[in-house]
Ligand binder design. Structure first.
Ligand code: ATP
Ligand code: LTN
Length: 334
């Protein structure tokens, strides 16, 4: 009898907190697209996670649908992958509550994203922000995902997910798959153009700090021209040259050449010419995404139908796992 090889499962999520940045695209989304053929992929617009920071309701609703359209425009195929809004699958919050009861307070306190976001929003350090990693763990474990493609900033949350999965398995016997992070070697962390010691983030208050994937070609040129570099006028990847290192990484990932090749290409170039070449490479990469997005965002009926179909498929998988967990911890079956 021919043995059917079960495809491994991938889960990843992105918050609808604004238009996705070049960092999101190079660090995460382009991998999401590549992985679709080889794996069973489940991708979610994690709208509930966004509530940890105060959102304008109208804006959040618009951003959530726009995010779905952006994912489709980047190349996520809703027939191949499960694509849905997190709040459409009740299983995530229910499983998060159970997991919360198996994560020590001290472990949550060590999360650097919590510390960073608390510093950025000192007026609103809420319990959701603190418990954020439990919901993220639930997202992943509710699908028994084997691999989680994320940028390097999420490594710590993945470690916590692995810990809680192993802890739960230790107590109740094999229940969850302990997932592995899948982090790209290059592009895993694209830095802010305004402060290259900080990661590029779509919710940065300074719009010059990030390139959004829907920025016009002219805006991309302007933003890259104003990117912070240094006074050495040497295009080389070296410690202490954070701004140039970041631009070299962007150039390398967008145009598919290695950093060493890029260094050689620009050995005798000034920063002005180098920056123009980086902007061109970025624009060439983003052009097809922008065009596809412009087409999709007009088709609201299609987007709504994608959401519905995605939620149905997500629930079919995750409700089975939630039922199993409820049973293991001793809740009475309905
Ligand atoms: P926010 O600004 O709202 O915190 P964000 O821009 O950091 O959002 P997320 O929605 O938190 O983006 O992340 C989506 C995915 O993009 C994650 O896998 C994350 O690791 C990746 N990612 C985010 N920023 C970068 C970056 N600067 N470089 C590489 N990958 C990134
Ligand atoms: N925490 C992630 C977004 C996220 C996620 C997930 C990523 C929420 N749930 C599950 C991978 C798997 C972030 O801030 N980038």
């Amino acid at each position: 009898m021919a043995e059917t090889v079960k495809k491994k499962v991938i889960f990843s999520g992105i918050q609808p907190t604004g238009v996705f940045t070049l960092g999101n695209y190079l660090g995460a989304l382009q991998n999401w697209v590549k992985l679709q053929d080889e794996y069973r992929c489940v991708y979610s617009v994690v709208d509930l996670h966004s509530l940890t920071v105060r959102q304008d309701p109208k804006q959040l609703r618009a951003n959530s649908l726009n995010s779905l359209a952006l994912l489709l425009a980047c190349g996520i195929d809703p027939e191949k992958s499960v694509l849905f809004l997190q709040s459409h699958a009740y299983t995530h919050t229910e499983l998060a509550w159970v997991l919360d009861c198996y994560i020590p307070f001290g472990e949550l306190s060590r999360m650097t994203q919590f510390k960073d976001k608390s510093q950025r929003h000192p007026e609103n350090i809420n319990a959701g922000l603190f418990n954020y990693p439990a919901l993220m763990a639930a997202d992943i474990l509710a699908y028994n995902a084997d691999l989680v493609p994320v940028g390097v900033d999420q490594k710590q949350h993945l470690e916590l997910t692995r810990n809680v999965a192993a802890r739960f398995n230790g107590i109740y016997g094999d229940t969850f798959v302990v997932p592995e992070p899948y982090i790209p070697k290059e592009g895993g962390k694209i830095m802010s153009l305004a402060d290259p010691t900080k990661k590029m983030s779509k919710s940065d208050d300074n719009p010059k700090a990030f390139i959004s994937i829907l920025d016009t070609p002219e805006t991309v040129v302007k933003k890259i021209k104003s990117a912070v570099t240094d006074s050495e006028a040497e295009v080389a990847y070296r410690e202490g040259k954070d701004g140039v290192n970041n631009l070299l990484t962007i150039y390398s990932v967008c145009s598919g050449v290695s950093i060493a090749e890029a260094e050689r290409e620009f050995a005798s170039a000034g920063y002005g010419d180098f920056k123009l070449a980086v902007a061109e490479a970025v624009n060439a990469r983003l052009r097809p995404v922008r065009e596809e997005y412009a087409r999709l965002i007009e088709d609201k009926a299609y987007l709504t139908q994608c959401c519905r179909q995605g939620a149905e498929r997500a629930l079919a998988i995750s409700s089975r796992i939630l039922t199993k967990v409820y049973k293991k911890v001793g809740l009475v079956a309905k």
